[in-house]
Design a protein. Structure first.
Ligand SMILES: Cc1cc2nc3c(=O)[nH]c(=O)nc-3n(C[C@H](O)[C@H](O)[C@H](O)COP(=O)(O)O)c2cc1C
Length: 444
């Protein structure tokens, strides 16, 4: 038998020894502290969640402070009207003011917004849930360009509409209408901005509530005799639609849509049997007929609709092929790495990081189960404490071995949730036992 450490060799008065003797109370203190911390975390998270649920979208709050709407038992179908304008010499601005006055007379809260002071990057997505109806009154200038004030808005919208990270549903839920100002003397660029804004919003999944209006400064060619008359005609139509929406009417047709005499051609999925909104090209007043002028040419038979859709699909395919070819050429010239676009948008990155996900590669993330995290933290503290307090004890070695084994097991078996996304769309989200280490290998 080897020599036994005699009790005489222990110094019971040393601080380390007194710590060891009172270890039970220290463990208890640790456990109590951790429990307190966990409780605190749970309570603060719950409070955060509650406050998020209670907060009404900012746009709606703004409208509520004006005293226009009351969120009582009655369901609100339209919470307000936002009129955006892009004007250089003031015509569009005047039209926006006139439209605002008319919309306000329906008892709706109205906001008139100069596109110059509007950042779509931050704010446009608000309209998906705001229950507002957005009207865009935009002028076209030389070479079909927007006014200076609407330049950034148009640029952003154009890029977003062709950026796969935004997807086709980015603005799904937003309701809009467009009135463009132009001069048909500029034949090839007539009303190009109005057409484009309408097209880009549509491509992002927004819901067009009324056909696009086209104001023409050319009195001889103007449909109603002047740009003002064009605007008045469109305004009447817009207000009628607004009233219908206020009442909660979702379908502007009366069931005769088979014959194409309703506004079905302008609205996404408005009638049974017509699953998709007609594409942007055929949505101007002239092409689909106005309220006061029933254009017989605007009648679209269901059989023809198939042809139209095929045509549009074909065009889209051709465009995609062209784009593919172009990008192929670009790729050979430029460095592939610098050319590759990030799969994750900055907003999504921020949101996921806030949620505690660790981003792996470009399209996936992993979040450690918080109980495991807490457990690890606790064990780490305990291990440290034991190391300090019983440096000379053989328990230390035992604890080290135990801790090492535990870490090995945890690194393989840690429960973690992981997610995969493309652009702003979360493709999958799962909870697994294969741990962040394995997830990292799989996804990166
Ligand atoms: C210099 C200039 C260039 C224009 N270019 C176009 C054009 O390319 N296409 C078009 O449809 N209208 C064009 N217009 C017509 C304007 O869109 C029209 O006058 C509009 O009412 C101006 O609106 P605003 O007063 O709100 O700026 C042009 C007008 C000017 C003065």
């Amino acid at each position: 038998l080897g020599p036994h450490p005699s009790l005489d060799t222990w110094d019971f008065s040393s601080p380390l020894m007194s710590l060891w003797i009172n270890r039970f109370y220290i463990y208890l203190g640790f456990a109590f502290g951790i429990s307190l911390w966990i409780c605190f975390q749970i309570v603060t998270r719950k409070q955060d969640k509650n406050s998020q649920e209670k907060s009404v979208p900012k746009a709606t709050q703004d409208l509520m402070t004006n005293g226009y709407i009351s969120l009582q038992e009655k369901e609100v179908f339209v919470s307000g009207v936002k009129i955006f304008y892009g004007s250089q010499t003031g015509t569009a601005k005047g039209f926006a003011a006139s439209l605002a006055e008319a919309a306000a007379s329906l008892g709706l809260p109205v906001a008139v917004v100069n596109l110059k002071e509007y950042d779509p990057d931050d704010r446009l997505v608000e309209e998906v849930t705001s229950k507002n109806v957005c009207a865009f009154v935009v002028a076209t200038y030389t070479d079909g360009r927007p006014t200076k004030s609407a330049e950034w808005f148009c640029q952003w919208l154009e890029e977003a509409s062709s950026d796969f990270r935004f997807g086709k549903t980015y603005l799904k839920g937003m309701r809009y209408a467009v009135f463009g100002l132009g001069n048909s003397a500029y034949a090839s660029h007539f009303n190009k901005v109005g057409k484009n804004v309408d097209k880009w919003l549509w491509m992002l999944g927004a819901h067009r509530v009324v056909t696009r209006g086209e104001g023409d400064c050319d009195v001889a060619k103007s449909k109603h005799g002047s740009i003002e008359a064009d605007f008045r005609a469109w305004k009447t139509k817009f207000l009628a639609r607004l009233q219908a929406l206020q009442k909660g009417e979702k379908k502007p047709c009366d069931g005769n849509c088979k014959r194409g005499q309703c506004e079905s051609s302008a609205v996404r999925s408005p009638c049974p049997g017509l699953a998709e909104e007609e594409p942007f090209e055929s949505t101007s007043e002239e092409e689909s007929g106005t309220e006061d002028h029933q254009n017989p040419n605007s009648v679209v038979d269901v059989e023809d609709l198939g042809k139209i859709m095929n045509c549009v699909k074909k065009e889209k395919r051709e465009k995609e092929q062209q784009e593919e070819k172009r990008s192929l050429v670009r790729n050979t010239v430029k460095n592939e790495a610098s050319e590759r676009r990030a799969m994750i948008t900055p907003a999504l990155r921020e949101a996921l990081t806030k949620q505690g996900y660790q981003l792996i590669g470009s399209h996936s993330g992993v979040k450690l189960c918080r109980w495991t995290k807490a457990c690890l933290t606790f064990l780490r503290s305990l291990f440290l404490f034991l190391n300090i307090s019983v440096l000379s004890s053989h328990y230390c070695l035992l604890m080290s071995v135990f801790y090492f084994v535990f870490l090995c097991v945890v690194s393989i078996m840690t429960p973690a949730s992981s997610c995969t996304w493309q652009g702003n769309n979360l493709l999958s989200s799962s909870f697994s036992w294969n741990g962040p280490a394995l997830n990292a290998i799989v996804h990166s």
